[in-house]
Design a protein around this ligand. Sequence first.
Ligand code: ZN
Ligand code: ZN
Length: 343
Amino acid sequence: MPATVGHAAVSAPSPIPLPARSWSYALLDRADVRVPVYEEGDRVDLSRIGPAAIEHYSPEHGSGWLHKSGPSQRDLARWLFGLLVIAPGHFDRHPEHAVEARALFRSFVLADDFPRRSQRIRGQTATAIRRRKDLAHQTRKHREHLQEALRVGLERRLGTMLGGDENTWIAFAAREIAVPGIRVCEQCSLVFQGRRTARRCRDCNRAPVAPKVRPAELGGWHVDVRVGGAWFTGEFERTITYLAICQGCGRRFSDDDARSRNCENCRSDAGRKRRQRESEATTGRRELAYVSALDGGPLQSVGVTGPDGQTINLEAVDGVVRTTDLEFARQLDANRNLRRTDG
Ligand SMILES: [Zn+2]
Ligand SMILES: [Zn+2]
């Protein structure tokens, strides 16, 4: 995965392999769990489970993060007891389900808060050491609780795909909670029995899907890729759909062939001629560069809002953030902490 964004365009970047889903075991290993705190910053917010930030490479915008929001109590109840919990009045008939989901929710929050809390117990007095030990013990209990809940939910789903419960699974996995002997396939999300290091189910091992993109941000034509159908149907389709920018007319199109650089129109003779005429007038995409306008250290990175409202982190190289994306440039122009530079 490239570490920078906005390289000068090259004619045909080498293909970059992408994971089939928004997560893979490798990505989850590097995931970062955020702990929500109240504004004063000294107390954890017990009403929310922090999101998991997962590295994400966009062929259009480069490297950034996906924030998978933490599960709600209802999500956790569904994980533990299945879909029946969404029936109206379910928790009135089964208050014990609500109690269990609430306890699990609490274990998530308190386990996440452990590093922060233990850091705040300072010193080597007997009391401090005992308090740290107590805290570590409680945290271990909370994490055992998470592991038990993960086991219950996975056993319930053996032989099926995660579907709407995928984000709940991610919440466990991003916290390095695992259940010996039960795995989730990182290609199709099937829950299966497998050894501790298994990453894919048997079918996916036999017929792995491996999307490889020529990223638009590196001068290629792909802006996105999708594995499987557009909606979850309970079946896993081993198809790859590439979303690309037509190198002839600039419109977006999708194709199952990674080599397609042109939309249907431009593939015709007329399109080819028109493209030729227009290319003489094209100047290419301009690269814009930004540095910090503040006195502090060099710029590390800056967040921008992507096309679907998600936050994308543009990383600086030697204190300079570069982009060829005009929409990002518009946002960076509006950022008073930055200024444009020619370098
Ligand atoms: Zn699979
Ligand atoms: Zn076209």
